[in-house]
Write a protein that binds this ligand. Structure first.
Ligand code: HSE
Length: 436
């Protein structure tokens, strides 16, 4: 039976979960995978934390050089997060020819090419299933399960914190700030929530997933990004009236002719869309392949055991496969020649504005839309029946909500700035994309 020694760098939530799975399932993997995997070393400054998990004193180290030079270690698991010191530690492991398994999406999406170059040179494996969508096996699905297909699109709810916040805003009609504060108090959201609520976390993951799905490097800076801080529960309620649910979506599209679109932003989707029922902190990814058609994966995108599950699946993969798999595209720092990243994408739009309650206002607004060739599919104008919250936001003016047909992002931006400048318009409150 093959024996594999593992080192875990960082015994936080994911490191602890990984250790638990590896130790509790050791016999199971011996039987089912014909491999004996043992934890030979952990890099952890907090010795008490390691001892509390039952790790032998002799296996605890605070020195990366000692860990990567340990001859009993074959695979190094990096679950520290962030760029440094994780990057130096991963490079040290790869330089020593050790296979690396990481959950670090920021490090991976920013330095994939550099890490892969070293890994190829030293013939080390580089695995990152846990970097995207936690326990959901999306990376292996893209690399192995979907390889027969040209993947045309990938749409995901790939950040659990924002999905939890939007779900509560939807269910309880609460404001963003209130839900965020509660989520922080309960430990669901970080003290500094920027990475999650401003869409960085989802953008890191989308850059990795779209690169794999479309077989071309999608650099992070090509991902258009908007977060959920500006979302009002009023818009969620109006959207609901029109048959939509609001989600923070990560969208990748590939037209097959060199045009790639990658964006993270809040978007309305119809209530019967498969992603509409993905609630709370759950994640899901919806793929469209040319042969298979629609595929959806759903599960936990974070947490000790779900993310530990993804880490251990990589350990087993590396332990049971002779040859390592690297990116299927030319992995450089720059986008591939001939690939164009589209910024003027097409979508439908939900637009809410507040207008003076006067004759002819809507005709003027319609005139602006007509000038930009934007056609309107749905429309709500609130008169006497607006409730107190809406009254507070609009005063004695009227809120108007409309949904456009599919049109270009740039046309909408231009039309909206013209509408905002009209004399009878008090404010354009929100512009939210509506995805099919
Ligand atoms: N912070 C992430 C989320 C989990 O909220 O989904 C780790 O990627």
């Amino acid at each position: 039976m093959k024996t594999i020694g593992v080192a875990i760098l960082g015994l936080g939530v994911v490191g602890g979960g990984t250790y638990k799975i590896l130790t509790e399932h050791r016999d199971f993997y011996r039987r089912t995978q014909n491999v004996d995997i043992s934890v030979e070393s952990v890099l952890e400054i907090n010795r008490e934390r390691a001892l509390a998990l039952g790790i032998e004193e002799s296996k605890i180290s605070d020195n990366i050089a000692e860990v990567v030079s340990n001859p009993n270690v074959d695979i190094v698991v990096e679950v520290i997060g962030g760029v440094e010191p994780a990057k130096s530690f991963v490079l040290a492991a790869l330089h020593s020819g050790k296979t690396v398994v990481t959950s670090n999406k920021e490090l991976f999406c920013k330095y994939w090419y550099e890490l892969e170059k070293v890994a190829r040179r030293t013939n080390a494996g580089l695995y990152f299933e846990a970097s995207c969508v936690g326990g959901v096996p999306i990376i292996r699905t893209l690399i192995d399960g979907m390889q027969a297909n040209v993947v045309h699109s990938l749409t995901g709810i790939i950040n659990g914190t924002t999905n939890y916040i939007l779900t509560r805003m939807t269910r309880e009609g609460l404001g963003f700030d209130e839900v965020l504060r509660e989520a922080q108090a309960l430990g669901y959201a970080e003290k500094d929530p920027t990475a999650d609520v401003d869409g960085f976390d989802a953008a890191y993951k989308l850059s990795i997933l779209a690169s794999l799905a479309f077989h071309t490097k999608v650099p992070l800076e090509k991902v258009y990004r908007e977060g959920i801080r500006g979302i009002s529960s009023l818009d969620i309620a109006y959207g609901e009236e029109l048959g939509y649910v609001l989600k923070l979506l990560a969208i990748g599209k590939n037209d097959g002719g060199g045009k790639v679109e990658v964006r993270v932003h809040p978007a309305f989707i119809r209530k019967d869309h498969p992603l509409a029922s993905v609630n709370d902190s759950f994640n899901a990814v919806f793929l469209q392949g040319d042969s298979v058609g629609d595929v959806m994966l759903y599960g936990r995108g974070a947490g000790a055991l779900p993310t530990g599950s993804a880490i251990v699946s990589d350990i087993i993969y590396a332990a049971t496969h002779g040859e390592h798999k690297y990116a299927t595209f030319k992995n450089t720092q720059l986008p591939e020649k001939g690939v164009r990243f589209v910024t003027d994408f097409n979508s439908r739009y939900y637009i809410r504005f507040t207008a003076h309650d006067r004759a002819g206002v809507l005709a003027k607004v319609a005139g602006v839309f007509a000038k930009y060739n934007i056609s309107i599919v749905d429309f709500i104008q609130k008169g006497e029946d607006i409730d107190r919250a809406q009254r507070e936001e609009s005063g004695d003016n009227i809120p108007v909500i409309l949904i456009t047909h599919t049109t270009s992002e740039f046309s909408v931006r231009r039309a909206v700035s013209r509408i905002a400048a009209l004399e009878d318009i008090v404010k354009v409150n929100s512009v939210i994309r509506v995805e099919n």
